[in-house]
Design a protein around this ligand. Sequence first.
Ligand code: DCT
Ligand code: MG
Length: 258
Amino acid sequence: MSLVVWSGLRYSDPRVIQEIITTGKLSKLEHFEIDEKVQTISLFGEVWGVGPATALKLYDKGHRTLDDLRNDDSLTNAQKLGLKYFDDIRQRVPRHEVQEMEQILQKVGEDVLPGVIIICGGSYRRGKATCGDIDIIITHPDGTSHKGFLPKFVKCLKDMNFLREDLIFSTHSEEVYPRDIYTFGLVAWTGNDVLNRRLRLQAESRGFRLDDTGFFPAIQGSGGKRGTKGTANMKLYTEREVFDFLGFPWLEPHERNL
Ligand code: DCT
Ligand code: MG
């Protein structure tokens, strides 16, 4: 980057010299600095677990490369893992690999909890040829035995070395969808993000808030126009019911790449 910019400057150009003499600075160089800053912050932001504020903080500390970050003790464990697997995480996974992994996950899940339903959502469910990650949605048809499944499942996957690290998993987290709200999780985690935005807007126009756990009727007069969690949830059990309820034309998963 710096080479490209610098090669565009002719040091002997009288206008360059004139600018430095009269203003004490060189506007092209300032642009370069801005560019370098933007590029570095955006690179740091690609490290898993590093948001824009942290990226800026790291830049202000003087870090300019990923190797600089590797020597910084202030990184959280998740950020260190993000660095360690930086290239891996950025690489897209071929569809057939995701399919194999889904089958393994389903088999291990079944061993841990018979009847458990494990679906791979996201771009995979939308039929994409490669996937940025693997989004898993889990439920159990009996509505209760999903409780406590996730820690056991993760332990099993780690014991067999399928899972090497976990970034945000906590043994207290219960991130399996109870059967009665699973459909909303499935819609939300299938996406894509543009469709989700449209579905949420459509819900709002009908006086509901939609998220990955359900439809929530707006509470009149409380400023809760968008609907608030905790208000009665609509019981819908299939994706088609969700689309129908919204009056949104039905889309098969592979048609949801908006
Ligand atoms: N999602 C959303 N809004 C976002 C990002 C994601 O509603 N800003 C939903 C839709 C897809 C799902 O979450 C999973 O997200 P990603 O894994 O980020 O996207 P993807 O569609 O699976 O694509 P990728 O192949 O990049 O993972
Ligand atoms: Mg994904």
